[in-house]
Design a protein around this ligand. Structure first.
Ligand code: SF4
Ligand code: SF4
Length: 146
């Protein structure tokens, strides 16, 4: 199974070879979706972990023991149809294919099931039509695949 989490690195933990140790010690593949880490500073990394459920649990426990903060509920991406003009820019930066613009209409389609919540699309939109909603049940705008 796959799990998407946000890791918060304290300053003293940024040098750790986290992805290597996850692979070797827990048989977990870690795909880095976004990272903002500088030497001798704290940082944040959004990763998609793939492996067995038991291995994932053990790996997450180990990460917390290393002093990393884990956010397992990074929220949901939502598209505001009132702002979106179907320009397609966001689909060009989406690594998972969750955002697609296809011929002949070139209308933007968002597949929430494929979304990794990497947030790369948010700053790409010139119309601020994309938002990360931390509590999706309270949001009023969304667009799904037809
Ligand atoms: S957050 Fe945006 S760019 Fe990232 S996978 Fe989801 S839709 Fe694509
Ligand atoms: S970049 Fe913004 S306006 Fe353009 S298709 Fe994506 S959400 Fe719509």
């Amino acid at each position: 199974m796959k799990r998407r989490i946000t890791l918060h690195f304290p300053r003293e933990a940024v040098h750790q070879p986290i992805t290597y140790r996850l692979a070797v010690e827990f048989d977990i593949a870690a795909k880095i979706l976004r990272a903002q880490i500088a030497p001798n500073q704290s940082g944040t990394m959004v990763v998609e972990l793939s492996g067995d459920i038991d291995d994932l649990k053990a790996a997450e426990q180990w990460l917390e023991q290393q002093g990393l903060g884990l956010n397992r509920a990074p929220g949901e991406i939502q598209i505001d149809p009132e702002r979106c003009v179907d320009c397609g820019i966001c689909s060009s930066v989406c690594p998972s294919g969750a955002l697609r613009s296809t011929a002949p209409t070139w209308q933007l389609h968002f597949d929430a099931q494929r979304c990794l919540v990497c947030e790369q699309c948010i700053p790409s939109c010139p119309f601020q039509a994309i938002a990360l909603v931390l509590d999706p049940s309270s949001a009023s705008v969304a667009r799904s695949l037809p």
